[in-house]
Design a protein around this ligand. Structure first.
Ligand code: F6R
Ligand code: MG
Ligand code: MG
Length: 366
């Protein structure tokens, strides 16, 4: 049997520089140091990067998803980088590490996890999308376009390997349930759910023709885990491309629309998701607008050949300009919905504490 490779992306915000805008280079250096020392013999390869205030550890190995040793390595990496963050008094040092002791799997402990295992093809192009100042549901619209919209993905019409469509595994983050829906025949059913990205998120996508995984994302809800407001869960998405999966260009195409996502300032506002290069992934204006980066790798016996910083391309300038215009328009609404999140979503922010104080002042209307 062909050897399987696992691609694990584990991410956390363990301190911002300055405020919540970026990651200090010393933290990235420390993370690289720990992964190369302690990952020896365990990892095939790794790449460390950041988007906004989030560090992403992109790792390849032969141990499958949910491997305790890999999760421990990521946890230790974040712990040791946090020590640097504390020394520099960076903002929110260690913020996503919700417990002190590691207990077998980083899921539920704060960091976000996206992992997939597959047999590496003769050529294996993958794209890792990473976003800051938004939530996992932000991927719903672009993932739908990549895998189910023939106006975005020509391969759905033209490529016989894609013609059978894809299976979407959708998670209900509130009830903690999942359902698998098939496209194209269940497209309308799928949209009933994923059109509500605050609750229903696409966890993974599978090719029906190849019976193989095509995409997977992080789906943790930090606020629900922590029981207090700890920001949005800046998400990550891994997509395999070409030869029966969408082409790289079909996977990038949805980001020409800076669609509205939840997050931005205080995790409490709707704003456009702006595609940017790694160098420009530094949310500033009103702590945003939310950013997304896309790094492409060719896997070669598990080695990460790359990255290619896709959104550096000028072809995304128009999307960035549109995002800035949308940002201007949305900002003018100030504290009013729908720029500010709907009341139900504000439940997971610091606003209930403010409301609580005023509750006793309310009287019945006679
Ligand atoms: C959003 C985010 C920031 C902070 C904001 C206030 O995800 O991280 O917008 O919410 O800068 O931060 P604190 O409450 O730490 O002053
Ligand atoms: Mg932060
Ligand atoms: Mg962040």
């Amino acid at each position: 049997m062909a050897e399987r490779i696992t691609l694990s992306v584990i991410k956390a915000d363990i301190g911002g520089f300055v405020g919540h805008s970026s990651v200090h280079p010393a933290l990235l250096d420390r993370a690289r140091e720990v992964l190369s020392d302690e990952g020896k013999g365990l990892l095939v390869d790794f790449y460390v990067t950041c988007v906004g205030d989030d560090i992403n550890l992109i790792m390849t190995h032969r141990h499958g998803p949910d491997c305790e040793d890999i999760h421990r390595l990521a946890w230790e990496t974040f712990k040791k980088s946090t020590e640097v963050a504390k020394k520099l008094k960076l903002y929110g040092a260690g913020q996503d590490l919700l417990t002190d002791a590691f207990s077998g799997n980083v899921k539920g402990m704060g960091p976000g996890v996206a992992e997939m295992e597959f047999v590496e093809r003769a050529s294996e192009p993958v794209v890792v999308f990473m976003a800051d100042k938004t939530e996992p549901g932000a991927w719903n619209l672009p993932v739908y376009k990549m895998f189910a919209d023939p106006f975005n993905t020509a391969g759905l019409v033209i490529d016989p390997k894609m013609h059978a469509g894809f299976s979407f595994e959708v998670h209900d983050l509130v009830e903690n349930k999942k359902v698998v829906l098939q496209t194209p025949e269940e497209t309308y059913d799928l949209l009933v759910f994923i059109g509500a990205p605050g609750r229903y998120v696409v966890k993974s996508v599978y090719s029906r023709e190849l019976s193989d995984i095509a995409a997977t994302s992080t789906t943790q809800r930090l606020n629900l885990l922590a029981g207090r407001y700890v920001g949005k869960d800046d998400p990550t998405l891994i997509v395999r491309c070409q030869s029966g999966f969408p082409a790289v260009g079909e996977v990038l195409e949805p980001f020409t629309l800076p669609h509205l996502v939840s997050g931005w300032m205080r995790g409490s506002h709707k704003g456009p998701l702006m595609p940017v290069s790694v160098a420009d992934a530094t949310p500033t204006r009103f702590d945003g607008p939310p950013r997304v980066i896309a790094l492409g790798f060719q896997l070669s016996d598990g080695h990460l050949v790359g990255p290619q910083d896709f959104f550096q391309d000028k072809a995304f300038d128009a999307a960035r300009n549109m995002a800035s215009e949308i940002a201007n328009y949305m900002r003018r609404h100030g504290p009013f919905e729908p720029h500010r999140l709907h009341l139900d979503d504000m439940e997971y922010t610091t606003m209930p504490q403010v409301m609580e104080k005023l509750m006793s002042r309310f009287e019945d209307i006679s």
